[in-house]
Write a protein of this length. Structure first.
Length: 88
């Protein structure tokens, strides 16, 4: 019985240590992932999205043109520009 109690306490201590350690790693890594937003300001699809977003905002429309681009990066740039131009 005494042997099982020591083993249980040891396993519990290891589990607590692992969970605390992983929480610290996530807390330290979070700022690095948040600050790496891409700069699309010179991307032509971003600028197109910005123009269309401003136009839709001026005419009280909600994403009137659904654009689809072949490259994911272009699609993301367009959507980022549209959201910024529309005021979101």
């Amino acid at each position: 019985m005494r042997m099982n109690l020591k083993r249980s306490v040891g396993i519990l201590a290891i589990a607590v240590g692992i969970s605390v350690g992983s929480a610290e790693v996530q807390a330290l890594a979070a700022p690095f992932f948040q600050s790496q937003a891409p700069d699309y300001s010179k991307n032509k699809t971003y600028q197109q999205g910005m123009r269309e977003g401003k136009d839709d905002q001026a005419h009280n429309r909600d994403h009137s043109k659904k654009r689809h681009f072949k490259k994911d990066e272009d699609q993301q740039a367009y959507e980022a520009g549209y959201q910024k131009g529309h005021g979101n």
